[in-house]
Design a protein around this ligand. Structure first.
Ligand SMILES: [Zn+2]
Length: 301
């Protein structure tokens, strides 16, 4: 057994095609799990908040009536089993194979033929493609492994933010700690750089938020955005924060503008900022050094 494991490790680090294929298949399955996280984690959080409100109100009203537990205790990432949202039929294991099942079922439920959103296979495929991209650029290294895990988390954060305007602490905060620990273990940058990076990342958006709020009385961002920026600061160092802020603004202006033009929403419609930070941060993880060299090169004649 151990023999097999060590042989696999040797093969992973010596055979590029095998390495990329492994990363691709594993990430495809992770993408399938991310679909569950994207759907269930916010729901679970909402049920939890409702429960907290009930407890708080009961306390406030000094009622002695027992508080009915809601369905929060019966809903988590593993329970209930995957089922069709339309006909509630529990899915068989062969309906849960990432991408393959969706293609074989031609995007329809096996029981009631309800359309299954193309978003599910798209999330699986993009998780796999982005992970393979990291694996290809960084080779079979600890840094690649760390970055791939970050990519998985970014996928979940992006789609939860799009759906709910929310970047859950359950995902952002562990990423901050992971990035800081990676620095301590010598996988990324010097620990002091990572600590300063996390602080600068958080405070950069935090100060923009307060400036904007004091000037206009409106809230342009949320605290999740600051935490996500802290993740990238801890991963890459403070020198990359300006780059990520600029990149995310550019991406945000282009996509947000196009969306407003197409959907005709007015500019007061809140747009989640997390996906843009995630996209910009991902670009910086891969090409940040080149981008920094390029624009600092512009400043020095
Ligand atoms: Zn169905």
């Amino acid at each position: 057994m151990f023999e097999l494991f060590s042989h696999t490790l040797v093969l992973l680090s010596s055979n590029t095609a095998f390495y990329l294929l492994t990363v691709g298949i594993v990430s495809l399955c992770i993408g399938s799990f991310l679909n569950v996280v994207i759907y269930r984690l916010p729901k679970q959080m909402q049920l939890g908040w409702q429960q907290e409100c009930r407890v708080f109100l009961a306390d406030e009203l000094k009622t002695t009536a027992p508080i009915k537990p809601n369905s929060a205790s019966r809903f988590n990432l593993a329970f209930p089993n995957s089922h069709c949202p339309s006909c509630k039929s529990t899915l068989k294991w062969w309906h849960n194979i990432p991408l393959v099942s969706w293609l074989l079922l031609k995007g329809r439920c096996a029981f009631c033929s309800a359309v299954i959103s193309i978003r599910y296979p798209l999330i699986e495929v993009s998780t796999a493609l982005l992970s393979v991209m990291v694996a290809f650029l960084f080779g079979p290294t600890e840094q690649a492994l760390l970055y791939i895990v970050v990519v998985w988390a970014l996928m979940a954060l992006t789609f939860i933010d799009i759906d709910h305007m929310l970047l859950p602490d359950q995902i952002t905060l562990p990423l901050v700690w992971l990035a800081l620990l990676a620095a301590v273990f010598g996988i990324t940058i010097a620990p002091s750089e990572a600590i300063v990076g996390a602080a600068v990342g958080y405070l950069s958006l935090w100060s923009v938020y307060w400036l904007f709020k004091l000037l206009t009385g409106k809230e342009g961002m949320g605290y999740g955005d600051f935490k996500l920026m802290a993740v990238f600061g801890a991963l890459l160092g403070w020198e990359f924060i300006l780059q990520i802020v600029l990149l995310s603004s550019v991406v945000g202006a282009v996509i947000g503008g196009a969306q407003l033009a197409i959907q005709g929403k007015n500019s007061a419609t809140p747009i989640p900022f997390g996906p843009y930070i995630a996209a910009a941060g991902f670009i910086s993880m891969l090409f940040g050094d080149e981008i920094n060299a390029w624009y600092y090169g512009l400043l020095t004649p």
